[in-house]
Ligand binder design. Structure first.
Ligand SMILES: Cc1cc2nc3c(=O)[nH]c(=O)nc-3n(C[C@H](O)[C@H](O)[C@H](O)COP(=O)(O)OP(=O)(O)OC[C@H]3O[C@@H](n4cnc5c(N)ncnc54)[C@H](O)[C@@H]3O)c2cc1C
Length: 442
């Protein structure tokens, strides 16, 4: 599916309005500078980071093109938290009303035993470690919001992928898998944990991955438990499973996590992964047999290792990486989507501020992002160790703690402690208001 690009960037009054209404006055005055360069930007990946970058680049007068391997926008996915600076960025991007509208609206969750009997219930604030203003949305809904905001004036190439990159002093010649060859000024890899752009520009992904000791699978399933904005967890030694259903959903999500050293499997082979999951959870209780059955039928089956991507640098020449492709913090951070949005905002802002000079913009983007990214990755590393518990005895202890928590007079202090750690990570990257290009003030 291809949509026609607008060839001339138009002034975006909306962004000036957003800047005023949110109090985000540009940091630098809109004085004329050298002629903008590097306008034509190819972005690989149309999930969160890619369309968010396209949205902001259009606002600054660039011409982004987004290529996505999937034949259409990938629907579905899990619920993702948006906290702190990520919420501020949604506001600056002008998408916060839609994010609020499509909020998962989760009200709480419970832990059950192998027979499905409730052990403990907790409200959503404690489960999500959320502070005032934070929100949660299904990944697919956020991707759709960003896509709908950009599809009329950004060229999307679905069902295609970069086959080869050939950079010279003036730009990059890109060969596409479906046969086309085009010139771009800059190339952005926003194609996720297993980034193809990263492989082309930086080499084998093995150099950059760090396994966090667990695997996660998630997929859409029938809402057999009749859950309504509710998540239900069952813990076994080295395993944790969950079913949840968010606001407005007729289906549920099933999620299965298990601790394991690195396994050898093909990350593109869903059938192999489903078999692996079935072997790991064979004979386990609660609704796990049904979950394994649901996994077989799911067409949005997701399976991956909890992995960090750690790189010394995120750009090489005219190619730069964004979101999970650059610095995946894994689902254990609960911050990957937030980091993808913040990165998109900063990268676009720095390109605009440098009037397209990628050598300056890429350096500034990285120095603004890196300390906060490292903090979030550290958080993920610690949290991944606690996602599963190694023995029945430790599970009983944890369940006892969870059961008593809502009854304790100092429960708010415990909730605050959980929240504070998350909030520190969620506020780790300050964002500034970037000046609009001078021609857009005319
Ligand atoms: C179970 C789970 C729970 C999570 N929970 C949270 C949470 O609570 N909070 C949070 O902030 N984050 C969470 N995350 C992480 C979050 O989903 C990611 O960090 C986020 O989606 C990163 O966005 P991205 O755009 O960088 O990459 P992705 O979302 O991975 O998107 C990459 C895109 O690139 C496309 N692509 C891949 N290869 C190619 C190619 N060769 N050519 C073109 N396109 C290609 C893919 O199809 C995809 O559309 C969670 C993740 C998981 C799996």
């Amino acid at each position: 599916m291809r949509s026609t690009p607008r060839t001339q960037p138009t002034p975006d009054a909306q962004s000036a309005h957003d800047a005023q209404s949110t109090g985000n006055t540009p940091d630098t005055p809109p004085t004329p500078g050298p002629a903008p360069r590097n306008r034509d930007v190819l972005i690989s990946g149309a999930s969160i980071a890619g369309p968010a970058l396209a949205l902001m680049l259009r606002r600054y007068g660039f011409n982004p093109t987004v290529v996505e391997r999937a034949p259409e926008l990938r629907p579905g996915g899990y619920k993702v938290d948006l906290r702190g600076v990520a919420i501020e960025v949604c506001e600056r991007m002008g998408i916060l009303p839609e994010v609020r509208r499509d909020s998962t609206g989760m009200v709480g969750g419970s832990y059950v035993d192998a027979d499905g009997r409730t052990i403990a219930e907790l409200p959503a604030e404690i489960f999500g470690g959320r502070a005032e203003g934070d929100d949660e949305i299904m990944r697919g809904d956020l991707a759709r919001i960003l896509y709908e905001r950009t599809r009329d004036d950004v060229e999307y190439l679905f069902g295609d992928s970069i086959a080869a990159l050939d950079e010279d002093a003036d730009g990059v010649t890109v060969a596409f898998e479906r046969g086309g060859v085009r010139r771009f000024d800059l190339v952005v890899g926003a194609d996720g944990l297993h980034s193809h752009t990263r492989r082309l520009a930086f080499g084998d992904e093995k150099q950059f991955t760090r396994h966090l000791g667990a695997y996660i699978s998630i997929f859409t399933a029938p809402n057999d438990l009749g859950l309504d904005r509710w998540e239900t967890y069952y813990a076994l030694p080295d395993k944790l499973v969950c079913a949840y259903s968010a606001s407005g959903q007729t289906t549920a999500k099933n999620m299965l996590v298990f601790g394991s050293p690195e396994l050898s499997y093909d990350y593109r082979d869903a059938a192999q992964q489903k078999k692996l999951l079935a072997d790991v959870f064979e004979g386990d209780g609660w609704i796990i047999p049904r979950m394994l059955h649901n996994a077989q039928a799911a067409d949005d089956f997701y399976f991956d290792a909890l992995t960090l991507i750690e790189m010394d640098r995120w750009s090489k020449g005219r190619v730069v990486l964004l979101g999970d492709a650059a610095h995946c913090a894994s689902p254990a951070s609960g911050q990957g989507t937030g980091l993808a949005l913040i990165g998109a905002y900063i990268l676009a802002g720095e390109l605009a501020a440098a009037r397209g000079d990628h050598t300056v913009a890429y350096r500034r983007y990285e120095s603004e992002m890196r300390p906060g990214v490292e903090l979030n990755q550290k958080f993920a590393e610690n949290f991944a160790k606690e996602m599963t518990v190694s023995s029945e005895r430790k599970i009983r202890l944890r369940m006892r703690m969870v059961r008593w928590l809502p009854k304790l007079p100092w429960k708010n202090l415990v909730a605050k402690k959980i929240r504070d750690d998350l909030q520190k990570a969620a506020h780790a990257i300050p964002v500034k208001a970037y000046a609009l290009p001078v021609e857009q003030y005319a």
